[in-house]
Design a protein around this ligand. Structure first.
Ligand code: NAD
Length: 480
């Protein structure tokens, strides 16, 4: 009896000790209770003022810091799932086209699905470990904190989906400042994501925005001390702005992707690839084919194949001029009202009726034509003839305008492919495929809708939104 009583007492003591130890551990690793007074329970991340949004997002990040990697993984998966739910996918794709008046619904569906499926999550954050006589050092990808993300009108939902996946996987919370033209669809998407995250047990307000996005609100966000990193996806003005804030900034700017076709290419395939890439979402993607530079000896064959695969050729110089007057502003650059419109719509405006099979308007132009030199973001594709491939590559370099964004080449000549890749120095260089192979559609690699050329991160993913931090343990855990 005595022995049993002692044994039981010992066991009880042991269990109590274990419980105490567990409590102590839990105290060390549990998030401090953060009171978020700004949250209106029905808002799901949508705030009246930028200050309120940032405060709530900062509070969310402080809680998020104490979530485990398994929880992060769960929340990222929750985000993917909510976007991939067919009715949601259809809703945001339809609203994006309706609200912005740009792009087309079937391609928005593809792009949103792609962003949800192929933007890397926590697996992107590979830890580096160094071990030796002095112990063990870890270099880990850690969050910045609150990220301010500025998103374009051209890919409004795709950018929010891929940024959210990468930034959340990296442990950050996000304040989005969308283009005012895409405000309603942005609010709809952010509400949808936040609701799902909260149901999955995530801290509230991990992803926030404001009821009325505006340049003023973007400026408040860029200057706010609680916003540690800025990510701008858009034209040159906003990229320059974020880079001049003094904060860590990622700039994903404009492109004007040339495509070179030489005499060694599979001309029929090149024609099909170019029309497919150029017409994708009515040419809105910054990576989409914007001008063709072809070697003279194959240009006729290329044009013939393009016409057999969805191109409408304009040959009359007066009609080409009429088209330029229609879609360009007086001072240069595309008229907003024609960006992302279909070839059929644009042709109709100059009195040409075309069937739905027409996806791209092509024409031969001189090498310095504005259609060649300006990023139009509509399915108008100029073609310039050159005497040889070297001349074509030189012209591609000029037409790319130093953006170092994206370029394509159709050729079987390895030396010339290498020459063009080296000379243009673009973030994405696609060989013998449509431009979208560069973002993981029919090409290897992950996807992103934030391609950071100016600041050098390239095709952004979770690790782009991290700080690298070193953690050193001296004289131990070296087991060799
Ligand atoms: P945009 O530059 O007009 O707007 C982009 C974002 O910046 C919007 O949210 C807008 O409100 C904001 N913005 C612009 N000027 C601002 C200013 N002065 N102050 C504060 N905020 C400002 O571009 P857009 O029409 O929405 O998108 C098309 C452009 O984005 C194209 O040039 C395209 O090539 C580029 N883009 C690049 C990538 C990439 O990954 N590199 C991806 C998509 C689009």
């Amino acid at each position: 009896m005595d022995i049993d009583a002692n044994l039981i007492e010992k066991m009880v003591k042991q269990v109590l000790n274990e419980i105490d130890a567990g409590k102590a551990k839990a105290e060390k690793t549990t998030a401090p209770e953060v009171k978020n007074e700004n949250r209106n329970s029905a808002s799901y991340g949508i705030f009246n003022t930028m200050e309120e949004a940032i405060d709530a997002c900062d509070a969310a990040q402080k809680q998020y810091l104490f979530c485990s990697m398994a929880e992060r993984q769960k929340y990222v998966q929750t985000l993917r799932n909510v976007v991939l739910k067919q009715e949601n996918l259809e809703l945001i794709s339809r609203l994006a086209v309706e609200e912005t008046g740009m792009g087309n619904y079937p391609h928005k569906l593809i792009k949103n699905r792609l962003a949800a499926e192929k933007s890397p999550g926590i697996e992107d954050l590979e830890t580096e470990a160094l071990s030796g006589d002095d112990g063990l050092t870890l270099v880990e990808y850690c969050p910045f904190g609150v990220i301010g993300a500025i998103t374009p009108a051209t890919n409004p939902t795709e950018t929010i989906i891929c940024n959210s996946i990468g930034m959340l996987a990296a442990g950050n919370s996000i304040v989005f400042s969308p283009h005012p033209r895409a405000k309603d669809v942005t609010i709809k998407l952010i509400t949808m994501i936040n609701k799902a995250l909260e149901e999955a047990g995530a801290p509230q307000n991990l992803i926030v925005t404001v009821v009325e996005p505006s340049i003023e609100n973007t400026n408040v966000m860029m200057k706010h001390p609680k916003v540690r990193m800025l990510v701008a996806t858009g034209g040159p003005a906003i990229v320059k702005l974020v880079m001049s804030t003094g904060k860590k900034a990622i700039g994903a700017g404009a492109g004007n992707p040339p495509v070179v076709v030489d005499e060694t290419a599979d001309i029929k395939k090149a024609a099909i690839d170019i029309i497919n890439g150029c017409s994708f979402d009515n040419n809105l993607p910054c990576i989409a084919e914007k001008e063709v530079i072809a070697v003279d000896s194959i240009t006729d064959e290329l044009i013939r194949n393009m016409k057999e695969n969805g191109a409408y050729q304009v040959t009359d110089p007066a009609v080409i001029q009429k088209l330029a007057d229609l879609v360009r502003k007086e001072g240069g650059g595309p008229k907003t009202s024609f960006v992302g419109k279909s070839a059929v719509y644009i042709l109709e405006k100059i009195g040409i009726q075309a069937g739905p099979e027409v996806r791209v308007i092509i024409m031969e132009t001189p090498k310095d034509h504005p259609f060649v030199m300006e990023e139009l973001m509509m399915p108008i594709l100029p073609i310039v003839r050159t005497r040889n491939v070297d001349e074509a590559i030189d012209l591609a370099l000029i037409a790319e305008r130093g953006n170092r964004h994206t370029a394509m080449m159709h050729s079987k000549n390895v030396d010339k492919l290498t020459k063009m890749a080296k000379l243009l120095q673009t973030t994405i260089f696609v060989k013998n495929a449509p431009s979208y192979a560069g973002i993981g559609v029919g090409g290897e690699g992950h996807t992103t809708f934030t391609i950071a050329g100016p600041t050098g991160e390239g095709l952004t993913s979770a690790k782009s939104f991290c700080r690298k931090r070193r953690c050193v343990l001296s004289d131990a855990f070296h087991i060799r």
